[in-house]
Design a protein around this ligand. Sequence first.
Ligand SMILES: [Zn+2]
Ligand SMILES: [Zn+2]
Length: 354
Amino acid sequence: MKAVVKAEPQPGIRLGDIPVPTVGPEEVFIRVKAVGICGSDAHIYEWAGGFEHLKKCLPMVLGHEFAGEVVETGSRVSGFHRGDRVTSETGLTCGRCVYCLTGKMTLCDQRLGLGRIGIEKKGAMAEYVLCHGSLLHRIPEGVSFEEAAMSEPTAVALNALDQVEIFPGDCVVVLGAGPIALTLAQGAKAAGAFPVVVTGLTQDQSRLSLARTLGADETIDVEKEDPVEKVKDMTGGLGAAKVFEVSGSARAFNQGLDMVRKGGVLVAVGIYPENISVDVTRRLVREMKAIRGVFGGSRLAWSRALHLMASGKIRLAPLITHRLPLEKADQGFRACLEKKAMKVILFPDSSGFS
Ligand SMILES: [Zn+2]
Ligand SMILES: [Zn+2]
């Protein structure tokens, strides 16, 4: 079967022909209908450093954001049948540790050892993929394969929202205008936040206008306006109740801490290349602000992601800027890295493309 393979510890990928896997008793064999390129896939494509630990996984088949159709189920899998439309969580966890038992699966120490799809295990940028039966979620009616392929980033956005309590009428600011940021903003809106504010750079104009289309009440171009002043103005000098920092910028992080009101919470979702210094005495002690971090999606967030897609409260199709056959994966990766793409979806069954 054809697959997008990362074979060498250097930039790039190639389209390979790999053997069709055999199905284990607890596994499900899925025909991939749509698979997204995640920021992390693009980083692995680039191989710019910090990936030495993945060298042992090569050759890798990338792709963990996907949806497809069940072709065959292992002898011990129940509840799924041939033809079912499904998406899968990224990887197994032990199910017994304090983190698994409290719903914080991404903190499970066994997670990497058990293997994640698209990293330690063969991913979904291929005609078929094998998944553990316990990780599957059925795609609700009305949700397309390409939307369901975005369940993972949606689960990440919901898991971020789950870190704080959002009350109706809370001002929520999302710093950043990428796919996770715009999904998070829609989730905040669904939770009753008002106003929901999204920030971006001048080059993010089209993303900010998409944010407004998807329900953001205000957007701020941080290169043209001071986001801290603007948020204070909007809230009668108070500041935002909750701020989600998704951009991964140290400057935005500190602005987030400035614009959140006293007693409010800043949630760090981004990946920060450098350490960030914070005025702990002023911001955390005297002003009783809190900083939380969040990593990955939780199992509960996964099924809610699919429900919110079905309800139309979270719209993902407008985030897709590129739809490409699997053969043109390289073009998709380059569009991501050149920041020309919001979301790229690849289709292994390219019969619909010319
Ligand atoms: Zn992802
Ligand atoms: Zn565990």
